[in-house]
Design a protein around this ligand. Sequence first.
Ligand code: SDX
Length: 423
Amino acid sequence: MSLKAKIEIEGKVLEYPITEGSEHEKAIDISKLRADTGCITIDHGFLNTGSCASAITFLDGELGILRYRGYPIEQLAEQSSFLEVAFLLNWGKLPSKSELDSFEKKVASFSKLPEYIERMIDIFPKTAHPMAVASAVTVSLSAHYPELNNPNPSTEQKDEIFALMLGLFKLVAARSFTAASSQAPIASNPSLSYCEDFISMMGMKSNKDVAKALDVLLILHADHEQNCSTSTVRVVGSSNASIFASISAGIDALWGPLHGGANQEVLEMLEEIKLAGGDYKKALERAKDKNDTFKLMGFGHRVYKNFDPRAKIIKKACDVILAQLGVKDQLLDIAKGLEQEALADDYFKSRNLYPNVDFYSGIIYRALGIPTNMFTVMFALGRMPGWLAQWKEMRETKETKISRPRQVYIGSVVREYVDIGKR
Ligand code: SDX
């Protein structure tokens, strides 16, 4: 028996179907509401509004569950690899050994950026934030692959776009770092694994622990259903804009300090606390003070009202990786103290504010030798398969229409124009 919702407006009762997902999430389908009643809904920040049906990622914010195509994030982080997870997100199944081998080779084959893109990266001011470089360069790739700007690409073209963006964005990220630090660019070595190649192009010391740590971090960032940047990719892509423009817009949205930019803000916050003598209690008081715009960065989440399962995995990995690297970082101790204090504090408890994916990730990036202003680029590198898979799903969904929300107008009612001489 299909569920229905009854809405009564000015004495008129209307019924709307309730759809139910595979995890029993329910949604009231209001697609006919305005035609029936002249009313729209309003939901600032879309806290209660679904934009699409998706089969890619499921998360339950109350229970702290996250699954990619049904596979628990804990198992994928433990047993899978970033490119295998990317394959899973895009094609909806775990690859066979031969499928994974050919996919890895295909991604590795994109081992050289177009020459004009290299020049673009190199002429940016050294002070440019790497997210600005990443966004500008990504949309500029549309000039090199005009045939892939097609909003309805063939299956072969979609497969090409997927591997190309994973391969080339790795090069963009690394070169944006070496160019900004006035180092000679380091060529990609297709015989290395994805993470080993990235570490080598960053000029960092690599070993299997470092590569594994990076691989796990990229897995944990790979997708997260309809977050701000993924929704941006879908919205821009819904206008039939180029995939390169859609991904570039996603990078811009991720850069925001309330979103992916938080991982850089967390490190800067921890360093500020350390410089001020390590008293994290003051930071908590500021975060609770409504007259202070300061927020406890890396804490809180739109959906998770329990522990972010990724934060739990990263926190555990911090101890392991820092021990493997022989790194002692006072910022980790400050972060742990901050977390303990916040979780015991009623302000945070009553608002279900827990550490999110950004709270500990920077500690590991820093231990690996990645500079703070590259942290959000690392987030974008991890999120790339998720953005691409979500864009593909949106393009392949027959219900997809151009995204164009309505509004409630609260400005001036009609009035006559008055000539400037008479004002
Ligand atoms: C990511 O959506 C995703 O899936 C994103 C992401 C992904 O993988 O794509 O998970 C990645 O973006 C993680 C979030 C990273 N951002 C931060 O760490 C920035 C700090 N966090 C906050 O800015 C905030 O928690 C948000 C932006 C994450 C969520 O904001 P919401 O859902 O709009 O919640 P809210 O701002 O309405 O907060 C509710 C209450 C408010 O207090 P009251 O008005 O009830 O008194 O909680 C307070 C907020 O002031 N609050 C905080 C806080 N976060 C929320 N107070 C202090 N410090 C914080 N961090």
